[in-house]
Design a protein around this ligand. Structure first.
Ligand SMILES: C[S@@+](CC[C@H](N)C(=O)[O-])C[C@H]1O[C@@H](n2cnc3c(N)ncnc32)[C@H](O)[C@@H]1O
Length: 255
């Protein structure tokens, strides 16, 4: 592996989350030092999932996993009905806020070395990126302090929700991204569980792993929703930060 790929991997490792599946299965609460609490903004979500606010009105939406995203906070402020779930929410809001601030600082230091592997149209520079990541963390933290019930602790691949409890489910920077540590079976079980709790459609972004390659089992994995009558589309979206990360999977459930 060359030095550049190594640097990208270590950055992605930092901005993502350390996942040790056997540990997750033994205990649902991942230790705080194993969680990297960084999230995207509401506006980034709209772009990466190619959604307009009007399409979301009147729908019950789940952000899974939500991490330090501001999608739930801002969405509810705008009159949407959104909740988020994540394994990180087993931890207190104060602990996650402190961890999130540290993680943003670390990620930005490392980003300097890997900036050529990202597309800067959206954030312009590292300072711009930091501003948006801080905004997401602050909005998410404030909202969780006020509306605790909107942030549900979960441990995928299982969800504590009823069949078809949500109309739309959004899942960003988790499935496919961590293909190096989440195996095929985990992906399959998680996607089927996301479909179980959803009535209309799920959207997953991006379709590449940490090295920027299309998830190697994508064709095989989409066979499972197709077999139960879902329509599966790969859709180009107007958001690309990680190079080549500009497509999402849209899985529409059959009637
Ligand atoms: C890179 S973050 C993505 C957060 C957000 N969706 C975004 O795009 O910014 C990945 C999230 O997955 C969560 N996570 C990792 N393993 C999980 C599991 N087994 N069940 C639920 N959430 C998990 C982490 O806590 C982390 O917040």
């Amino acid at each position: 592996m060359d030095i550049e790929v190594n640097v990208v991997n270590s950055i992605n490792y930092l901005i993502g989350v350390l996942i040790n599946l056997s540990r997750v299965e033994q205990s649902p609460k991942l230790e705080l030092d194993k969680i990297i609490f960084i999230g995207r903004t509401f506006e980034e979500y709209l772009d990466m999932f190619s959604l307009a606010i009007e399409e979301l009105r009147g729908k019950k939406i789940l952000d899974c996993p939500g991490g330090a995203c501001s999608f739930t906070a801002k969405g509810n402020k705008l009159g949407l009905d959104v909740i988020a779930c994540d394994i990180a929410y087993y931890h207190s809001v104060e602990d996650l806020e402190d961890k999130g601030l540290l993680d943003i600082d670390h990620a930005m230091e490392h980003m300097e070395k890997a900036k050529d592997n990202y597309v800067w149209d959206y954030f312009k520079n590292i300072e711009g990126l930091k501003t948006q990541r801080l905004r997401a963390l602050i909005e998410c933290t404030k909202d969780r302090k006020e509306f605790r019930e909107r942030y549900v602790p979960v441990s995928l691949p299982a969800l504590p929700f009823k069949d078809m409890e949500f109309d739309i489910l959004l899942s960003a920077h988790f499935l496919f991204t961590y293909a190096d540590r989440l195996d095929f079976d985990f992906h399959k079980r998680t996607i089927m569980e996301l479909l179980r709790v959803t009535k209309e459609e799920i959207r997953i972004f991006p379709l590449i792993d940490l090295e920027g390659n299309r998830y190697e089992h994508l064709d095989k994995i989409i066979d499972f929703p197709i077999r139960i009558g879902c329509k599966v589309e790969e859709v180009k979206v107007p958001y690309e930060f990680q190079l080549n990360g500009n497509s999402m999977l849209k899985i529409t459930k059959g009637k």
